[in-house]
Design a protein around this ligand. Sequence first.
Ligand code: ZN
Length: 233
Amino acid sequence: MLQETLVRVLYANQDLPKQSLVKFTWGNVSERDEETGYIVIKPSGVEYDELTTDHMVVLDLDGNIIQGNYRPSSDTKTHLEVYKAFPQVKGICHVHSTYATAYAQAGMPILAFGTTHADYFYGPISCLRVLKKEEIEDDYERHTGLIIVDHFKKHDIVATPGVLLHGHGVFTFGKSAKDSVYHAVVLEEVARMNYLTTQINPQAKPIPQYLLDKHYLRKHGKNAYYGQGKSHE
Ligand SMILES: [Zn+2]
C-alpha cells in the first residue's frame, strides 16, 4: 500500500543521519511503490528529525506530484531518470558520505580490494564523468540521472548497485529504500577501507577475479548459500 511505502521512505531517510551518512539535510532516499508505480521521496530541505509521513512527496515517473504539500527533494529528477530506465530498481539513496565523496572528488573509482566489497559490489564502483556546462545549464538534475543511466546500460545496476558522481557524491540502488541505504553504508565503509589500504600500500591491487566471484556469487548468485535465505545476513 502507498501508505506503507511512505512509512518505509520516512524510516529510510531517518536512517541517513543515524548511519552517519549525512550532515544537515544533505541526502535523500526514495522508493517505487509496487502497487501504483509511483515514486515516494523526501521533501526538499526539511530536517531529518522533523520528518513525518505527511512531508513525503508522491510523484509519477514524469515528475507530476500526485500527493503531498511539500516540494520534493531537489535531486528528484535524477531519481526519476533511473527509475524510468531500470524497472528492477525499487529504491534509490543519494548521499555525500565523507570517504566515498572523497573518491568522487578525486575522480577515482573504488576498486575491489577485499571481500567486504565483493560481498555487495561485483567489481569496481565507477566514478562518472563531470557534467558539461551545457548539461548543467539545461537541466542539471535530469542530466545527472542520464549519465547514471548511460553507465548502467553497460553495467549491471543490481550487481554493482552504486556509482560516484565526479566532484559530487554517491548514488546507491536497491530493491527497496532501506536496501539502497544499506548499500550506501557498505559503500562508505568500503571507501574508508580502500583509503586506508592505499595509505598503507599505494601499490595495493584489487583481489583476483576468482575471489571476487566466490564472495559475490555465494551471496547473490543463483546458487547462493550464504545466510538464512534473507539478504544481508
Ligand atoms: Zn548531492
